[in-house]
Write a protein that binds this ligand. Sequence first.
Ligand SMILES: *Cc1c(COP(=O)(O)O)cnc(C)c1O
Length: 425
Amino acid sequence: MTSPPSWHPHLWHPTTQVAHSEPPLRAVRGEGALLELDDGRRLIDGISGWWVMLHGHAERAIAAAVARQASTLEQVIFANFRHPGAEALAERLSALSGLERLFFSDNGSTAVEVAIKIAWQWWHNQGISRPQLIAFDGAYHGDTFGAMAVGERSLFSAPFAPLLFDVARAPWPATWWGDDAVEAREAAALARLEQLLEQPTAAVILEPLVQGASGMAMVRPAFLRQVEQRVRAAGALLIADEVLTGFGRCGELFACRQAGIRPDLMALSKGLTGGFLPMGVTLASETIYRGFIDEEPSHTLFHGHSFTANPLGCAAALASLDLLEASPERHRGMEARHRPYLETLVGHRLLRRPRLLGCIAAFDLAVDNPGYLNPVGRQLQRLLLEQGVFLRPLGEVVYLLPPLCINDDQLAHCYAAIAGALEHI
Ligand SMILES: *Cc1c(COP(=O)(O)O)cnc(C)c1O
């Protein structure tokens, strides 16, 4: 018998209140959709790491590419050097996104920070004052200061409120199966956006098609096209935060492409390296890039991280892209695989607002006090663990975001476990 899990004396875990959480599980191995714990238990990883792992844990081709790169060139200062991996990744992501320039950083938050700084400085370099930034209600763009500022003010950012810059906000008209009032909400959101855009605006930032952290809040593609039209008419820049949605999570490789919008700046991370290494990128149009190139030193983008364009990250990202491009039916087909299972849950007394987009299936649990702190999510998590399934509900929002390698039996087991757990709530 192993002793019950306890807290490590020297670790500090992210977004975890020790006073009312279970001690973290101890993972020792990953393979495909499965995580193996030190007591031998195996769990289906129903949320792909923290939305980062794409193809499967310890995917062999990516592991091999990282190993090869590690014994070839592990790191080089990117202010003075370039290297083949960075070139190849920039060429491929530019071709896929339609944005010509790629700036590297280390994670999703920094990819967003860089997008905001580029948008802001692009106007500044031209001597034009456009002091307003616009974001959407419910937005989540990361935990660093700039990313927090554009995100919805919440429990997460409350202690820092006085340190966060002001951002104007438009409503996010999320929708779900059987929603018959979405058009009115979209019209109200667009009217508010138009009103806000009367003020000189540097940029509008959004999570295309689905807001992740605020509860898998999905909007219709046509709404995003209407937003883009308003942003263009006002001459502002459009920033797409595809940190979650990129690399096939919504069905197509990028949510912007899928929705038919063309942003000026795009932030990518999470699935970028297939979940192997932390890396973020900010893609920008050539027009934006040109706004930083002249004899005036202060027009430089003075931003850079020690590990910029880390060659191991580039190798992982290239290997991951190879896999995505070799089998596009895997990401395109996830929605159709989820659908029949989600349909069987519809009608359960506790289930509200079922919704599905690409790899992401979600619903709300009917509770009296919705929100991130609602304990029903933790209760469901415990029940699912007993069935060998790991999920991490966002308060009362339950979602499945499995890796592309999940097989039919594993997917069926996840849904059966959810259905079973709902009977105990
Ligand atoms: C996770 C996330 C971020 C932050 O990425 P980190 O790598 O956690 O810093 C930013 N934007 C969106 C949409 C995200 O889902």
